[in-house]
Design a protein around this ligand. Sequence first.
Ligand SMILES: Cc1ncc(C[n+]2csc(CCOP(=O)(O)OP(=O)(O)O)c2C)c(N)n1
Ligand SMILES: [Mg+2]
Length: 613
Amino acid sequence: MTKTICLTMAQALTRFLARQMTEIDGKKVPIFGGVWAIFGHGNVAGVGEALYQVRDELPTFRAHNEQAMAHAAIAYAKANFRRRFMAATSSIGPGALNMVTAAALAHVNRLPVLFLPGDVFANRIPDPVLQQAEDFSDGTATVNDCFRPVSRYFDRITRPEQIIPALNRAMQVLTDPAECGPVTLSLCQDVQAEAYDYPESFFAERVWHQRRPRPDRSELAAAVAALTGAKKPLMIAGGGVLFSQASGELAKLVQDAGMPVCETQGGKSSLPDDHPLNMAAVGVTGTSAANRLAEEADVVLAVGTRLQDFTTGSWALFKNSGKTIVGLNVQPFDAGKHQALPLVADAAEGLAELGAALKGWKAPAAWTDNAARGKKDWQADADKATASTNAAYPSDAQVIGAVQRAMGSDVILLHAAGGLPGELHKLWQAGAPGSYHAEYGFSTMGYEIAGGLGVKMAKPEEEVVVMIGDGSYLMLNSEIATSVMLGLKLTVVLLDNRGYGCINRLQMATGGANFNNLLKDARHEVLPDIDFAAHAASLGAIAEKVSSISGLETALAQAKKNTRTTVLVIDTDPLVSTEAGGSWWDVAVPEVSVRPQVNAARKKYEEALSGRP
Ligand SMILES: Cc1ncc(C[n+]2csc(CCOP(=O)(O)OP(=O)(O)O)c2C)c(N)n1
Ligand SMILES: [Mg+2]
């Protein structure tokens, strides 16, 4: 007879999660780094009680905002190159829906996270319960259905035994490099508390390993044929290179074939910035070194990238009309984008096999030399943009220069939204793989501080530096208090340009009036003068407002020594961004307007559209 154990569904769930393991550097560790939780009715009695039972093997962490705690969980997975991840549980209704944006963030960035929102009573007897939305035509609909389009796998648990197949599927999705993304198990409140005789075998320890699919022979042959015929080959390294930990294989192919490589936001730090054939950032926020080559490239080997519009300059960047794209990607959906020759494989395996098959082949020397020269030219431009200044309102680039000089390249630098992503993509000189952590798939304002916390949980020995604008900070900053509470130190550099600087610049570039972006241009009775240092200090951080670039460097040197989260605030210029580099980006401009500036911008827009190959 099958041996069983009588547990509530929630107890079975947490016991199962605690038994899932993985191997990192030959050492067996739990695959779940813990569970983030904010309790309410809908999870405190069921999941809450069950988490308490396993608190030694599967730690629970309390946050201040459900979206933020999910950000922390997601950043943790990214910093672990998807080898380890976390769960996030909420009450029903608003607590659950606070996590939907974070679910979308994980979905877009292909990052594993297990969402466990509480849901309504499966038995429906007490309906409508507090925080339950009522659908007049569909008795099965609950607000948690909002998770469906932003989950790679969604299930609603209405009977306790359903978690047996549901958790099996959840683990498949969370650990599969191609399918990887958020999983939502929506847990009906009454079912969390319901007991069932679970087979003991369900709780057997399991060790998960990352699958590394090797390329198909005919796809490999087609890719090799395309590359050996190339005169101007260029590689794009996306986030998949980092997830696959394929930097070694990438460097070897770059070196052996003399083939230059450029990096997406997700792929930056695949190679150190100072590698002579790393052209660094490509696309809308790209370097001149990368974009010059992208314009001419005849074969583009796109590795582990989603080819989003910032990478392709809305498909206006790659101007060579005869170009061939080879899509090396573990996910066929990405590998075949834009009529690419698909090369479906793990990045490390794919690059290694390509390298072996290309043995002896080299890109034309003139192309390789041209690339290396372009990189040097770019570096001179970048050095100019990031040089120190005495200006009262420095640019973002000048602040980046200060952070780089004070902190070096051996920190993990994190950012997500505003003007900083573009400037950092171009200008930050990344070091080791994973040292540049951009959330630029969804570019969610408010990811930064909670994301930094997740990275620090994953890499407690590393110095984590968060760069954030005033807008993002005001949207979501509460996990500063959590970082202090947990003793997880962050260094936060807050650039206060008094509003949404980058959107204001985009507004002007599309012919718009200065309107509703900078605080001074928004309807107000009193112009806000926000004391960010006082705010951060009130949450427990060491905080200081600095008045100059050199003051920032001094404060950063001290922040390095601090053991508590430190927030440094500096006023910056909202109107300046780095001119050098970059490429066109498709943002639709109104076709008719009473504003002549809009009409002029529309004319330029139409010219750009007609130039798109
Ligand atoms: C949640 C969310 N809302 C809106 C946006 C659109 N958006 C992108 S950047 C930005 C302004 C960010 O302001 P701030 O953090 O101060 O950075 P700055 O643009 O001033 O550099 C806005 C509103 C977004 N990315 N995320
Ligand atoms: Mg701002």
